[in-house]
Write a protein that binds this ligand. Structure first.
Ligand SMILES: Nc1ncnc2c1ncn2[C@@H]1O[C@H](COP(=O)(O)OP(=O)(O)OP(=O)(O)O)[C@@H](O)[C@H]1O
Ligand SMILES: [Mg+2]
Length: 229
């Protein structure tokens, strides 16, 4: 099979079963290709496996079966160091539940991924300022996230995911807990940032607002039955 040149994420026959007292098949033979710079929305009913799929692509969950190739590299073959590097440099994950560190300030939260990359202080400060201005959270930089509203915390989570300017951003229900108007602002910010940097954006969402900012929508359930071309 010849790989399309501009494909950045190539997923084939991806399956995941959560083991435990009860086994849950979260993904079953998913095939999906995402092009570089594409803005894609993944739809599907609650429990269909959207978060599981994003976590597999993000390299924080090892699927039971299948293949995930990113930039023509099989990420499931990575060792721990390569995987840590991949999580830092290549993907930015916006968690469904924000996943902010509540003992750190907003600024420290956004700074954290850059510290992992050994970025210099002036570079970190410049990037924090740029992201905060763009996402309209500058006035909260020295506050703890608990004092922010859901929509504001969501924007901090976006800043954190974009901090190292990763080529791929995975956004899991980025507007799940906010009102329609703020949701639209969040998508505007997110897609604008991605257009500026030619970032590939994969959004898992029920929110109809997401469609306006996407180039393609897929239903996860249908991907499981699609035969690979
Ligand atoms: N850590 C886990 N352990 C066991 N089962 C899990 C775990 N996480 C998810 N599941 C199960 O896997 C299935 C897929 O879950 P997932 O969170 O990926 O769905 P989702 O499409 O993101 O749902 P939602 O739209 O509600 O966010 C569900 O049946 C869920 O109960
Ligand atoms: Mg989910």
């Amino acid at each position: 099979m010849s790989r399309r040149k501009n494909t950045i994420i190539e997923i084939s026959e991806l399956s995941h079963v959560y083991k435990g007292k009860i086994e849950t098949t979260a993904l079953s033979g998913v095939n999906l290709n995402v092009k570089k710079g594409e803005r894609l929305v993944v739809r599907g009913k609650s429990g269909v496996g959207k978060t599981t799929l994003l976590h597999c692509i993000a390299g924080i969950l090892r699927p039971t079966k299948g293949r995930i190739s990113v930039n023509n590299q099989d990420i499931l073959q990575y060792n721990e160091n390569q995987l840590a590097d991949y999580r830092c440099k290549t993907v930015g994950l916006i968690y469904q539940s924000y996943n902010l560190a509540y003992f750190l300030t907003v600024k420290e939260n956004i700074e954290f991924p850059m510290l992992l990359m050994d970025k210099k202080q002036d570079e970190r400060d410049k990037r924090i300022e740029e992201l905060a201005e763009f996402l309209e959270i500058s006035r909260y930089l020295n506050q703890k996230p608990e004092f922010l509203s859901g929509g504001e915390q969501q924007r901090v989570a976006i800043a954190l995911a974009l901090a190292n300017n990763p080529p791929i951003v995975l956004a899991d229900e980025p507007t799940g807990n906010i009102d329609i108007e703020t949701a639209e602002t969040v998508y505007t910010h997110l897609s604008h940032m991605c257009q500026i940097y030619d970032t590939t954006l994969v959004i898992a969402s029920h929110d109809p607002n997401a469609s306006k900012f996407a180039e393609r929508e897929v239903n996860l359930t249908e991907l499981e039955f699609q035969k690979k071309k």
